[in-house]
Design a protein around this ligand. Structure first.
Ligand code: AMP
Length: 219
């Protein structure tokens, strides 16, 4: 198994699953949202530019995100395969990725499409909290930390992403349904889409994904 895309709405659990799958399979975890947040923390021009879109729940322009991702996949850790999280989000991004991988003699092997009902997505996004120190994630509705605002693993403070408010969450979902869902049909036509039920236990969802990836490597 080489290149895998995790496709699904914001709040489906792509980040959580991509992290575990990366650890278990050795695929490099490439998350466009994480790269933008890191750029913002580092005060770069890219970070500042992305922030103006992220704060509104809008998509960063294609050319900006495509350039960032194509540079990222040149790094040595990506040579033996990547799990893409949050990218591509538009048809133009998908085409640019296919072209770049094609030039390297590879391509997209499979797309895991995570489905979760909309009402659950809103609560998952608006309730999401992350540890400042170790990155562990919680949810005030579904999976609260034992001590409010503090991480169970390392005791550090938890924070909420500035784009994880109810209002921005709704906008991000609207943007997803308008701009990203056409990708479902795109990958369905290519025969590379596998639907995964994103509800329920994190470990059950991981298991279903690993099984889907395993069945492909067996073919
Ligand atoms: P995420 O962490 O994937 O939820 O992304 C957070 C925000 O980063 C999104 O709401 C967008 O503003 C921006 N972003 C992340 N990935 C992309 C992408 N592939 N295309 C455009 N904007 C993106």
């Amino acid at each position: 198994m080489k290149n895998v895309i995790l496709l699904g709405p914001p709040g489906a659990g792509k980040g959580t699953q991509a992290k575990v799958i990366s650890e278990q399979t050795g695929l490099a975890h490439v998350a466009s949202g994480d790269l933008f947040r890191a750029a913002l923390r580092n005060g770069t021009e890219l970070g500042m530019l992305a922030k103006s879109y992220m704060d509104r729940g809008a998509l960063v322009p294609d050319e900006v995100v495509i350039k960032m991702i194509l540079e990222r996949i040149q790094e040595p850790d990506c040579a033996s395969g990547v799990i893409f999280d949050g990218f591509p989000r538009t048809i133009d991004q998908a085409v640019a990725l296919e072209e770049a991988l094609g030039q390297q003699g590879s391509g997209i092997d499979t797309v895991l499409y995570m489905t979760v009902p909309q009402d659950v997505l809103l609560k998952r996004i608006a309730g999401r909290q992350t540890c400042k120190s170790c990155g562990a994630t919680y949810n005030i509705y579904y999976f609260p930390s034992k001590r409010e605002g503090l991480c169970d693993v390392c005791g550090s403070e938890l924070y909420q992403r500035s784009d994880d408010t109810m209002e921005t969450a709704q906008n991000r979902l609207d943007v997803y349904f308008a701009q990203t869902t056409p990708l479902v049909e795109h990958y369905q036509r290519q025969g590379s889409l596998i639907e995964i039920d994103g509800q329920g236990d994190v470990s059950k969802v991981t298991e279903a994904m690993l099984k889907a990836l395993q069945s492909l490597s067996d073919d």
